[in-house]
Design a protein around this ligand. Structure first.
Ligand code: ADP
Ligand code: ASP
Ligand code: MG
Length: 415
């Protein structure tokens, strides 16, 4: 007998027919003698629809009320799956975030899970009743509903798996594993049978939305064995593997190690340029300190050296959803910073190449710049880490850039 968490994403929960397929998958694990907790997402498109309502109601909506609205999608699917399981003869009960409870911070719309009370869950598992838990939601210290940020059901699943010391956390989705890049953009992307926590963390953080970044960080910290696999098919690859297993670096042998693991893109960043910022100690701090104070994450930063003019342009990126707030903050701090104009640009995309092999190999960045240059794709900003190189480009070139880089690093699957 194993203790397992099964998580089903939005496409897998989109409609009663699909929920029945999910119920059949859960039943199989129960019939095999396993103790099962299931974490579910809202139906595909539902969270977007709910976010749209909030925006329509007010451009500057209250994050507490946003959480009340957007968490409702998962309430519906958790109840529906419990009904479908019962109809299939599997004892099941839903547990909303506030009922377990799943305790979180009070950072509404991007709360962090702090503690999961195992009392009800343990009792349910011991009685052989499948616990169906809506992902993405929790409750803060003052008793208000919170959500964990988009894609947060992955994090709910890993947190539940860690709390119940599960043997496995299986993330069922609409692709059959983690690929070298988004298989919807590059049909010749290759499925990885294993990927390290570190590489997956980096890939997720630069836009590979197959797993929420926080879920990977949590799995790494808690040693949760995460597998990504398809809800719709049971295909195994040539080595007999299903899906992709996220593993520790020590579990990957030298033969498997690749220079580049994958390529990701992110169209959810916005670029801001402040022109003629005076070149003096403290001027950069005057820009970024108020943004940090407002909880806005700055990603890429470019600043040129001032020559004779004594001033320079400063360019940086923020999440596109934070653009309005960023502009408000910078206009409020304008006298203190001292800039001539603020130029926002949302038609940008970040394309990143990730791989632990970069630590020991030179030339990865040069290959990237040359490949993009040959296609006439201009690079607007660059950021690097030990195992990643990212560039900011015009949004229209995203798919082309991902495709040519995939080929340039030798990642294309054989025809
Ligand atoms: P779910 O609703 O199941 O959580 P998501 O839409 O959040 O599913 O994530 C799955 C999607 O992630 C896939 O449909 C795919 O388009 C996208 N994706 C992006 N990068 C990758 C990658 N490297 N490997 C696999 N899928 C990826
Ligand atoms: N339904 C939420 C979203 O769309 C959470 C999730 O699916 O993981 O972001
Ligand atoms: Mg997801």
């Amino acid at each position: 007998m194993a203790r397992i968490v099964m998580k089903f994403g939005g496409t897998s929960m989109a409609g009663i027919e699909r929920i029945r397929i999910v119920a059949a998958r859960v039943k199989r694990e129960v019939d095999a003698g396993n103790q099962v907790a299931v974490v579910v997402s809202a139906m595909a498109g539902e969270t977007d629809r709910l976010v749209g309502f909030c925006r329509e109601a007010s451009a500057r909506y209250d994050a507490r009320e946003y959480d009340v609205v957007v968490s409702s999608g998962e309430q519906v699917t958790s109840g529906l799956l419990a009904i479908a399981l019962q109809a299939a003869g599997v004892p099941a009960r839903s547990w909303l975030g506030w009922q377990l409870p799943i305790g979180t911070s009070d950072a509404h719309a991007s709360a962090r899970i702090e503690a999961i009370d195992m009392t009800a869950l343990d009792a349910s598992l011991a009685q052989g009743v499948v616990a169906v838990i809506p992902g993405f939601q929790g409750i803060d210290g003052s008793g208000r509903v919170t959500t964990l940020g988009r894609g947060g059901s992955d994090t709910s699943a890993v947190a539940v798996a860690a709390a119940m010391k599960a043997d496995r956390c299986d993330i069922y989705t609409d692709v059959d594993g983690v690929y070298t890049t988004d298989p919807r953009i590059v049909p010749r992307a290759r499925k990885l049978s294993r990927v390290t926590y570190e590489e997956m963390l980096e890939l997720a953080s630069v836009g590979a939305k197959v797993l929420q970044t926080r879920s990977v960080g949590l799995a790494m910290k808690e040693g949760v064995r995460v597998r990504v696999l398809s809800s719709f098919e049971d295909a195994r690859d040539d080595d007999g593997h299903r899906g992709t297993l996220i593993v520790g670096e020590e579990e990957i042998d030298d033969m498997e190690r690749q220079l580049i693991t994958g390529i990701a893109h992110d169209k959810n960043e916005a670029k801001i340029t402040l022109t003629q910022v005076s070149d003096r100690p403290g001027s950069v701090a005057a820009i970024f300190a108020p943004l940090a104070g407002a909880g806005i994450n700055v990603d890429m930063i470019v600043q040129n050296i001032a020559h004779s003019t004594g001033s320079t342009d400063v360019t940086f990126t923020v999440p596109a959803v934070d653009l309005t707030r960023t502009i408000d903050v910078l206009e409020g701090a304008r006298d203190n910073i001292g800039y001539a104009s603020l130029v926002p640009d949302t038609h940008v995309a970040k394309v990143s190449v990730v791989g632990v092999g970069m630590r020991s190999h030179a030339g990865v960045a040069a290959t990237m710049f040359t490949t993009l240059g040959e296609r006439g794709i201009n690079i607007q900003a660059i950021a690097t880490s030990e195992i990643k190189v990212s560039v900011l480009i015009e949004e229209d070139y995203t798919e082309l850039a991902v495709r040519v880089l995939h080929t340039a690093y030798g990642l294309d699957a054989a025809e």
